[in-house]
Design a protein around this ligand. Structure first.
Ligand SMILES: *Cc1c(COP(=O)(O)O)cnc(C)c1O
Length: 482
């Protein structure tokens, strides 16, 4: 039976006590235990964001003529950001709900731009490094584009020969990341910019995660490659305020070199019986809180605040990286320049089992596929917990090295699953793995996910895995039943 809406509303105290209770099973992000899902600027700054959000949580950014406050704040945010990106005076931007919407918007604009220019273009494609964020694949799925995914050496540097060979008359966009999320590697943006100019192509720089970090690292004198509008081939840039901008969830910016390009993002419908409909972004109603919260945090921190946080965060990240590299069983992947990186095994331990051990200790790191790694996005909220993390990381590795019966059981299971993946028909495998999928869905047993990640590695890209994940997602998002 579906859970029923209460007949009589609960009182305020009951509501908040329920909400507090619900939080008890969440990961302890305030103690730095969560990576990349939460960007915490400290309690005082966080209060500023929340207060501003609350003040404008009813206002709607859809119609800028009604809420001039929001229009003013959005234009300020865009302006602050433009100067960080060395944008030309012609540049324009839009606030969106997040990196995904910024990317989908840019892809939509690029596709329309190319197709308006070339009426014979019928099978549009985008070319991107395989390390690019899946938001591009999502956009391609929505807008029926082919994705041409360029191999990256060691999952880091895209093969430029292949990149060039993938481009043809139907290419509507090329992409580079600054940095790419999985291992924090920055693509060869200068070369891609030249390629874009040579081929007269739309070049999008995905700075979703790095956009509010790199400019401040550069201002501090750290060596970071140029990633912004100083590269003449760059057409658009996405950067998330809700990441290193430390704004409220639901805030990002997408930038265009000029209005001609951005107009391809806008949507106007003039024949609706409800009147003229104009919408700048994908979402219709736009939360005023996200705009006000972003405006507030930027003004609260100022350049000085962002620089100080970037410096301390970089130091914490480098400290962790150094510690990782002194552990013989572990290694940082590649040579990350920023606070985003991944940890791989040197071969003596199973990195996914290390992930499990860390989960037991309360640290929630994403498991990545190629190469098998644990992901780390270090943000300001981790600065105070770097030493604790290093201590627990060492403990976890020691624990894996002392082979217990349980560990042997686990790796045996994993070996079986891996061999199974090679030997069994896909339908059998699906049944076999249902148990593991249930494990991931229920938080308690996250600690036993290593065999599943081994399996996912084997099945990556297959239809079976896609079906399995679709089932999982469907099962996790069901109405509450009593
Ligand atoms: C986070 C991220 C995105 C997507 O942003 P969301 O806000 O999660 O939608 C896109 N690209 C990169 C590089 C990212 O790190």
């Amino acid at each position: 039976m579906f859970k029923q809406l209460p007949e009589k509303g609960l009182d305020k105290a009951q509501i908040f006590s329920h909400l507090e209770d619900l939080k008890k099973n969440d990961a302890d992000w305030k103690k730095g235990r969560v990576f990349s899902l939460v960007f915490h600027p400290g309690d005082e700054a966080s209060e500023v964001v929340k207060e501003a959000y609350k003040m404008y949580s009813s206002e709607n950014g859809l119609n800028p003529t009604v809420f001039k406050s929001l229009k003013q704040m959005e234009n300020d945010v865009i302006s602050f950001t433009a100067s960080l990106l060395h944008a030309p005076e012609t540049a324009v931007g839009t606030m969106t709900s997040g990196g995904t919407e910024s990317i989908i918007s840019a892809v939509k604009a690029a596709k329309k731009f190319a197709m308006d220019k070339n009426k014979s273009l019928s099978k549009p494609n985008i070319v991107l490094p395989e390390s690019a964020h899946p938001a591009f694949n999502k956009a391609a799925d929505y807008f029926s584009l082919e994705v041409r995914s360029v191999k990256c050496l060691g999952a880091l540097e895209p093969d430029l020969e292949q990149y060039r060979s993938f481009i043809d008359g139907n290419t509507v966009m090329i992409v580079g990341s600054s940095p790419a999320y999985p291992h924090g590697h920055i693509d060869p943006l200068e070369k891609l910019s030249e390629l874009a100019i040579e081929k007269d192509l739309w070049f999008h720089v995905d700075a979703c995660v790095g956009g509010f970090l790199l400019p401040f690292l550069e201002q501090l004198g750290h060596s970071v490659p140029v990633f912004d509008f100083r590269l003449p081939g760059v057409s658009s840039i996405s950067l998330d305020i809700h990441k290193y901008g430390y704004g409220p969830k639901g805030s990002s910016v997408v930038f265009y070199r000029n209005s001609e390009k951005r107009k391809k993002q806008f949507f106007v419908y003039t024949k609706w019986i409800g009147g003229l409909y104009v919408s700048p972004s994908i979402s219709g109603t736009r939360p005023g809180g996200a705009i006000a919260g972003s405006w507030a945090i930027m003004n609260f921190l100022g350049t000085e605040g962002y620089k100080k946080m970037a410096q301390e965060t970089l130091e914490a990240a480098q400290k962790i990286q150094r510690a990782v590299n002194t552990i013989p069983e572990l290694q940082v992947t590649g040579n990350p320049l920023t606070t985003i990186f991944s940890i791989k095994s040197t071969g003596k331990i199973d990195i996914y089992r290390l992930g499990d051990e860390l989960s037991i200790m309360g640290w929630h790191l994403d498991r990545q596929l190629t190469p098998p790694t644990l992901h780390m996005t270090i943000s300001y909220g981790h600065v105070a917990y770097a030493d604790e993390f290093i201590r627990d990381l060492k403990l976890a590795v020691e624990k894996l090295n002392s082979t217990s019966l349980e560990n042997i059981g686990d790796s045996l299971k994993q070996t079986l699953v891996k061999q199974g993946a090679k030997l069994l028909p896909e339908s059998w495998l699906k049944k076999l793995s249902e148990k593991s999928i249930e494990n991931v869905a229920s938080q308690e047993s996250e600690s036993k996910s290593a065999p599943l990640y081994g399996l996912i590695g084997e099945l990556s890209g297959s239809g079976t895995l896609e079906d399995m994940v679709l089932d999982l997602l469907d099962n996790m998002n069901k109405p509450s039943k009593v």
